[in-house]
Design a protein around this ligand. Structure first.
Ligand SMILES: *Cc1c(COP(=O)(O)O)cnc(C)c1O
Length: 368
């Protein structure tokens, strides 16, 4: 395969990208293992399903599929601006927040530029950085598995153009406090974009951690990323957005594909914002499920890592790939953290109460 690629002129950077491996789809697992009624706790999705109001809106939008969507996403942007107390020009919509990460790389990174990244964190950052032939500079998490802001600051050089932070961090569920975040941003030179990915911020219970949307203004280098894929239950619809200085948004809008959010996504996301009942039900379900799971693991003396997100790390005390395989045979899909550098950890997200019980029972069986 290497040889075939090499007849093209492709940067070494692209050749070092490991394609993103998504969580296994249920159907595929059931076919492979010949089982039924399996559960997926591997991709941090909303276990309640999609917001019913979003589903209604999507259904209504179907009859307009012959038309191009509103390329400026006016209605959705207006609602988001109101929700976050910013101007519409501060918001850029993405085909998932992954799309915004790609646009940021395309807009701001040139070959050889450096980007400082925590590791382990969300893999899309490094894929975007390498796609732009820029250089990822990795900073390991600290002893508490939190993002090490001091070490990130130390890694900044004249070649640095961007920093990625994930708050809460995926896969650890750890957060950076408001005080730490503000001090960090103040200490970073103005020309360096600080991307703060808040895919799970809605689940945070620690009062010391809030959204960096409050730090966005016309001179700020902060780009806050949010998504409809987790708390809003719309991962399949692909809608995310970034909140940033208007000038930064203008630049992203130059590279943005004009119809990057399809008409179903625009309609569904706008309706989901109104569905406060579904949103509140989701948050309550996740918090209660998390507490139940932690109590059950405590009873079994299985160590886990405290979290502020809808997922957490469990230390299975043996090869996590093996535990992953054995859980699969019980019909429970989780993520092994071996490839993230945690050889004995799995990552699971909170499911419905029955799914959480299935997980605990399966762990009991697999870990003996
Ligand atoms: C799930 C997730 C996202 C969301 O990506 P979308 O493209 O919006 O679905 C973003 N960042 C992190 C860290 C995630 O885990």
């Amino acid at each position: 395969m290497f040889k075939v690629v090499m007849k093209f002129s492709v940067s070494d950077s692209i050749l070092t990208i490991k394609p993103y491996v998504p969580g296994k789809p249920l159907e595929e697992l059931e076919r492979e293992y010949g089982i039924k009624d399996s559960i997926k706790l591997a991709s941090n999705e909303n276990p309640l399903g999609p917001s019913p109001m979003a589903v209604d809106a999507v259904r209504k939008a179907l009859s307009g599929l012959n038309r191009y969507p509103d390329g400026s996403g006016r209605e959705l942007i207006r609602k988001l601006a109101r929700k976050h107390g910013v101007a519409p020009r501060n918001i850029v919509l993405g085909n998932g927040s992954d799309d915004i990460i790609g646009m940021l790389a395309l807009t701001f990174l040139n070959p050889g530029n450096e980007v400082v990244l925590p590791r382990p964190s969300f893999l899309m950052y490094e894929i975007a950085v390498k796609s732009a032939d820029a250089v990822p500079v990795y900073v390991p998490l600290n002893a508490f598995l939190s993002i090490d802001l001091d070490r990130i600051r130390e890694k900044i050089t004249p070649a640095t153009r961007m920093v990625f932070l994930c708050n809460p961090n995926n896969p650890t569920g750890t957060t950076v406090t408001d005080g730490e975040m503000e001090a960090f941003i103040r200490s970073i030179p103005d020309h360096i974009i600080v991307v703060v990915d808040e895919a799970y911020i809605e689940f945070v219970r620690d009062k010391r951690c809030s959204s960096t949307v409050r730090l966005v203004n016309e001179t700020s280098p902060v780009v806050t990323l949010r998504t409809f894929s987790k708390a809003y239950g719309l991962a399949g619809l692909r809608v995310g957005y970034g909140i940033m200085a208007g000038d930064v948004a203008d630049l992203l809008n130059r590279v943005r594909q004009p119809f990057n959010i399809n008409s179903l996504g625009l309609a569904g996301a706008a309706a989901a914002l109104e569905d406060t009942l579904f949103f509140e039900k989701t948050i309550k379900l996740i918090h209660e499920g998390l507490d139940d799971l932690c109590r059950a693991l405590d009873r079994l003396n299985i160590p886990y890592f405290p979290t502020q997100a809808n997922f957490f790390l469990i230390d299975v005390g043996m090869d996590a790939d093996e535990v992953f395989e054995n859980l699969l045979k019980q019909g429970v899909i989780v993520r092994s953290m071996v490839s993230y550098g945690f050889p004995t950890y799995i990552r699971v997200n909170v499911g419905l109460p029955g799914e959480n019980r299935r997980l605990v029972d399966a762990l009991k069986t697999v870990l003996g």
